[in-house]
Design a protein around this ligand. Structure first.
Ligand SMILES: [Zn+2]
Length: 299
């Protein structure tokens, strides 16, 4: 038996139960570690840190297992990836106006690189996406693929770079050590550079309402943040002026339907109905309990 890890944000060991382990080995497939997929209602045992409010798995799979799982994960979501990138561009825009320097911009967990062309348009001298999944990189358009670097985020992947911006969307939940991630980001960034992350907020009303049926309850998630724990994560790494806000995600209606915890026997006829009505590809924005945090490296 592995010994339990401490809270990956504050390193406390005191916690209360949050969710029991629920894993069906027969259901673990190639999409389990893919970025956008139907909910599987599987999760690791989760606890809530009594000190910083993080929900986390005290006994996650090993880092080498995760690296192998993500490098071989399928990628089947180009339209959704583009919709997500548009959402992130929208929420990031106002923060970039305050960023004086435009050296490299790095997107960690970049998928097929959907956000990278937008970052190029913002005038960054270099744009780099880091992504562990080969299938996601192969799904990138040819002009974007050359911006993607295959692997897990580390100092060695960014040798010689001093980025002005490091961003990461819906990725922190998946990392074996999110504290190490933000500390590395802080050490790499130039002075006055910014980190921007979007994560699920487990305390958001919709997630509290759905409880263990929420799509955030997922075997891939090694931790789930609340505003308190996300702020603490960034501040412990040395980031200042940490700003947090809820965001609205924009997706086609067919994707929203896919995310709902409805049974397949209902989803399939509903999707057929939306398609007949010509509504399946209509874009709608909802606050589904995600939050953006931006922090500055002031010194
Ligand atoms: Zn904690």
């Amino acid at each position: 038996m592995n010994t339990e890890r401490t809270c990956p944000v504050c390193h406390n060991r005191e916690y209360s139960p949050f969710a029991d382990e629920k894993i069906d080995p027969k259901k673990v497939g190639s999409l389990t570690y893919a970025s956008r997929k139907p909910p599987e209602f599987m999760c690791l045992r989760l606890v809530r840190c009594s000190s910083c409010d993080l929900v986390y798995a005290p006994s996650p799979p090993t880092a080498s297992f995760l690296q192998a799982a993500y490098s071989s994960a399928d990628f089947d979501s180009t339209p959704e990836a583009n919709a997500a990138a548009a959402t992130y561009a929208h929420v990031l825009g106002p923060h970039l106006k305050k960023l004086e320097s435009r050296q490299a911009a790095v997107d960690v967990g970049a998928g097929s690189g959907a956000l990278l062309p937008w970052l190029q348009k913002q005038g960054f001298k270099q744009v780099i996406g880091i992504e562990p999944s080969r299938a996601a990189i192969d799904a990138a358009p040819p002009g974007v693929r050359s911006l993607l670097r295959e692997g897990m985020f580390s100092t060695s992947m960014l040798e010689g770079e001093t980025p002005s911006l490091i961003c990461s969307f819906m990725t922190l939940e998946h990392l074996p050590d999110p504290g190490e991630f933000v500390t590395t980001a802080h050490s790499l960034l130039e002075r006055d550079g910014a980190i921007a992350v979007v994560v699920h907020n487990w305390r958001a009303p919709l997630n509290r309402l759905l409880g263990l049926r929420s799509p955030i309850i997922d075997v891939e998630h090694l931790q789930l943040f609340s505003p308190q724990s996300l702020r603490e994560l960034l501040e412990r790494a040395g980031f200042e002026e940490v700003a947090l806000r809820a965001i609205r995600n924009t997706y086609p209606l067919r994707y929203w339907l896919r995310l709902t915890p409805l049974p397949k026997t209902l989803k399939i006829p509903l999707l057929g109905l939306l398609e007949r009505l010509g509504l399946a590809d209509r874009y709608l924005s909802f606050n589904v309990g995600n939050m953006l945090a931006v922090g500055i490296k002031s010194k």
